[in-house]
Ligand binder design. Sequence first.
Ligand code: G3P
Length: 230
Amino acid sequence: MKPIIAVNYKAYYPYSFGENALRIARDAKRVWEETGVEVILAPPFTEIYRVLKEVEGSGVKVFAQHADPVEPGAVTGYIPVEGLKEAGVHGVILNHSEHRLKIADINALIIKARRLGLKTLACADVPETGAAIALLKPDMIAVEPPELIGTGVSVSKAKPEVITNSVSMIRSVNKEALILTGAGITTGEDVYQAVKLGTIGVLVASGIVKAKDPYSVMKDMALNALKAVS
Ligand code: G3P
């Protein structure tokens, strides 16, 4: 199984937007070509179109950062899954700590995304929530302790038990979901440990998006993920 490096651009300015967003997309393409690791990019809604164009023809996947639990229609400012499908994304992140959803809405969104052929990466804050969400059968589950998000202190070093508990609790109810972790991941070593502890990869934001050289960081993470699975 190929390890996964998922990059959540969030909405850092200027890092997540315009030319910077494209640079990360080009870097991701290079890392995918050079390592074969599965790279997922989740740019802001405003950047989806150009990021998709930039990675066209490569194996890099583009996900939206969120979808709203609404039907298309008179819902100003909301993003229904149908709109994301039309934009051409491969999948969608649901229930990120910074954009939480009710469990009933997560369920409905996973069902709708599946019907429309989109992958889902559902987030959880603790192993128990991860297991609850695992029952809904998203394609991927990322457990991220909110208190470590954006700190540069990685979950793999500071709270390895969050990863091991997530893996055992999620596996007890769902044998198939791909399990990721995230929060504070900044180095290849962080990724190596996360994979050694039982995940298939990581969900990373600031460590890549705000890096001086996102390519080197991504490449180092990809190589360490490969080393950990071999
Ligand atoms: O979605 C990724 C995330 O919330 C972790 O953020 O900046 O700690 O990598 P960061």
